[in-house]
Write a protein that binds this ligand. Sequence first.
Ligand SMILES: [Zn+2]
Length: 450
Amino acid sequence: MKTITPEESRRLISEGGSQTHEQRMNVAQDRLRELVTFAKERSPYFKKAYGGIKENYRLADLPITTKSGLMENYEEWVTDPEIKLSELRNYLSDIKNIAELYLNRYTAITTSGTTGEPMPMVRDSYRNTIHGSLIETRLFRGLNPKDINPAVVKTASVITASGFVSSYSSALRMKHRLGEFSDNFEIFSLLTPIDELVERLNAHDPKLLTGYPSVLTVLAKEKLRGALKIEPRVIASSAEALSVKMFENLRQAFNCPVLNNYCSTEGGEIAMSCPYGHLHINEDWVLIEPVDDDGRPVKQGEWSSAVLMTDLTNYVQPIIRYHVNDCVRIIEQPCECGSNLPIIEISGRMGDALCFNEKIVAFLVLYCFLTEVCALLKWQLIQTAANTLEVRFTEADGADRTSVGAEVAEALKTSLKKYGCGDVDIVISDEDFIKAKGGKVPYVIQGSRT
Ligand SMILES: [Zn+2]
């Protein structure tokens, strides 16, 4: 097992921050070669996949990996033969295990499942130390350490409060570690009806507020209209795209530093915001290749339809040229903050929201409402009037469309009412999805645009 001390990882990270792009790429190339050699030796999956790779390969010569391909070969993919998928699933199914390490040496979490079946990810201390130091060194730079320490300041985390989803399990671990200070740290489910959430946040009065951008944006509106009275010293958002506009809205509403971390359960800490709201890629540790529909690289500055990510720190479960559907673009422009790490922009569906009865419902909340309908495959919500929502959807193979539709209508009606939106009429439609430019299907549309 590869190991590193926190001091050494911090040293490497600050060294990387002061290098040129070329120097960093050389370091990243060395790290890639070491990871690929290890993966070839220890992972039967990569041994086979890299069988035809020549000695002087470049990143682009390595085959692309996908979630479904890796899931099908899970136990051949991981580099520790003691990791067994069924045992890992058992471990992950019991939230009491959150304080225990899997196989006494790994933390384990699962992807949120926004795209297909959740994938368990196992992480060793090498990977966790480096990603932890990236957060500390690059995301938290310039801040008063007290303001981000939940042992000192009251903290609120508004997240998906279920299972071993990355943000929830990190939050639970944090709460557990705080011991006698654990009351400082409150976890709020993002499904809490908005008025109740505001009330509970006011009562807790956090100085550090963390959550997903879509939900934080809703809270910013509550702050601006005076209902939310908290005065956080730092806001930290992660897991979804936070546009510069959303960033500015948060800054304006709360008048404090806003941190943003573009991360994924598979790829880790990909990019981090600077005080100017730009996301700088941690290109010395995570490689990002923006690609088109056919997996070919897009030109610099152009929007991609997907991203291939490589986490140079994950030796247990190598993520190498892993395909995710994020639309991004890398822009070459100097940043006012002084960092020369490249800037990435992310075009997310996550900023989408609907509004009923003056209650804003963030995309992620809508998404959570619908996860309980198991046979629902793909969906689109179109707000056609002030209190009318049309649903277009596809169902799983073999499912009865009429009953899936009825389940969707019931789930939305009940959840929206509970959330504080009043009575919303749900119209189940058999029409095809409305497509945006480029053929993408937006999850949420305000107003009929057939
Ligand atoms: Zn910057």
